[in-house]
Every structure is written in structure tokens, then in C-alpha cells.
Design a binder for this molecule. Sequence first.
Ligand SMILES: C[S@@+](CC[C@H](N)C(=O)[O-])C[C@H]1O[C@@H](n2cnc3c(N)ncnc32)[C@H](O)[C@@H]1O
Length: 313
Amino acid sequence: MNYKLFLQNTPRDKDNYLLISPHRKYQHDEQSYDNQYQISSYDYVAGEGLQRLAESLNLDLNNPILELGCGTGRLSVGLLKAFDPAKVLVTDASSIFLDISRQKFLENGLALPHLGLLQFEDIGALPDDTFSLIVIRSALHHVDKYDEFLVAASKKLVRGGSLVFQEPLYEGLFVLGLIAKYLQKSTSDKELLKDLRLLSDTMRFYCRTDVDKSLAEDKYVFRLNDILSAANKAELGLKFFPNRSFEDFAGEPSQFDYSKFAQNYLKYCMSFSDKTVTFFMSNASDVLEYIAEISGTDHAPESSGVFVLTRTI
Ligand SMILES: C[S@@+](CC[C@H](N)C(=O)[O-])C[C@H]1O[C@@H](n2cnc3c(N)ncnc32)[C@H](O)[C@@H]1O
């Protein structure tokens, strides 16, 4: 089936969303997502950065673009500004996230893209040899069999097409868990201990690959080797940009600061109180200074990164 027929023949719901997968509710509240991460409705930088990255690597941009796990549209708004919305299919597993994204597109005066309910696990339902780009921001780590997903997704790319994604990385989050474990010795405050234990337990769960992840929402933090092995299996070429976000490609890259990353992670991803964040940052200041020294100008623990996987055959 070609893409045009796929768009014509796939059933749609009352909102005109393509029903490729059933709705799957996110395990956290969709409506408070933007508030938790302080995401503005009018932030185009991630999409602009992705466009610049694609152009600088001379990626093929002639065919449709698919976004998976769009959430509240943090990447999508810029994507729709950078590329013709008619060429873009924006998807998520949750119809609540699709509603929030669609509302944002309208508020920004953007033409609507194709919108669809799609779970990573159902990527096989899309037509083969179709997309120039499949883009993902911070959602592949929710997929239990991400290696099988990459094999299946590679078939949906045209030759020369690329999967481009930004995901959290093992090293920086391993170090964060290590510091949290160590700091548990320095306090008897119940609230602080609860948060520090939650942080060290969460990082242990993300880092391990030998435990059942099927019921968890967030599952992995990746090592380069995890993605390289999966890319090899999918016969995709790999480029890797450690400690870079899509946003970084939009302007002059700034030097990655592990302390800032740690502070933001505690504040936004863990939603810890000011009390816990201040305790962590001040009691770990000697360790964080040591990490800054050992990092030099460009060798900080890899904490998040951008991967570009290209179909060459
Ligand atoms: C951490 S949020 C990231 C959202 C957005 N891309 C961003 O950068 O703000 C993860 C997103 O992945 C979606 N997601 C989780 N598991 C999924 C799955 N199996 N299939 C499709 N989307 C999934 C969630 O609904 C959520 O929107």
C-alpha cells in the first residue's frame, strides 16, 4: 500500500485522527505535562534545531516526515514551522496528548498536519519505503523492545531516509543515582531520604536491562552501544551527538554543564521540592566540582544525546 492510499483507507475518529493503534493513556497526567516541564506553547527551537541538523547532514527531506510520541508538541510546533505540514504525520499513543498538540498548532496559526494514534509497537501498520524522516523526542525510552522497533521502523524509511531521536543516556543518570545513594548517609530528614531513595531506585531501574520493564512507563537510559547494536541489526548507519539536544543545533552550541543538568533533572523530571534540590546541590557540590574538572571542555558524563540512524541500503 502506498502512503496516499494508507491516508485514504485508514479509519479516522471524530477528530480526524488516524486510528492506527488504540488510545493508550500516559501513566502521568497529560494535562499537567507542560506545567511540570515548563514548556511554552510558542517554542519553535527544538523543531528549528532538528531542521538545521538535518540540513547540515544533508539528510533527504523530499518525502513525508513522521513524528512518534509527540506528547504536547514540544518538537512538533517547530517541525510544522520548518516543514510543510501536509508532509508531516504527528502521532502519539494518547489521544489526550494529540488534543493538546492540535490545540497548540491552532494557537500558533499553523496548518494542521495529519494526526494519528500510533503506538511504537504498531509501526508495522505504516506503508514501507515512505518516510524521509522519522523523528522522536524523548519517547524511545518508553519502548520495551526498542531494538525490534528500530528494525521495523527502518523498513518505513525511503533509502537515504533517517530516524532522528533525542534520548536520555546511561552515564549521566548512573552518576546521578550514585550521588543520591551516597547522600543518603548525610541526612536523617524523612522527606529528603524519601526523595534520595526514590532517585537512586529510579536510576537503578532505568540503568538495568535484566529486569521486567513491561509495566513501567519510563523504561531505559541508553548507552551508545545499545543503539549501535540495534542500528546494526536494522542495517542503519549511525551518527551520535552526546550531550546535545535538538535545541542545541538551532544556535551556537553551549558547553554542556553536568551540574545544571542534574539540577534540572531533579526539578523537572523528578518534580522534587526546592528543599530537596538545594540539599542535593549543596551537599554534592564537591562531587559536582570534581565532575566538572574531570569533564574538561567536552567530556562530561553522557546524559542525553541525539542519534541519527540512516538507511543506506
Ligand atoms: C516523555 S514524553 C515526550 C513527549 C514529547 N516528545 C516531548 O519531547 O516533550 C513521552 C511520550 O511518548 C508517548 N509514548 C509512550 N509510550 C508510547 C508508545 N508505546 N507508543 C507511542 N507513544 C508512546 C507518551 O504518550 C508521551 O507523549
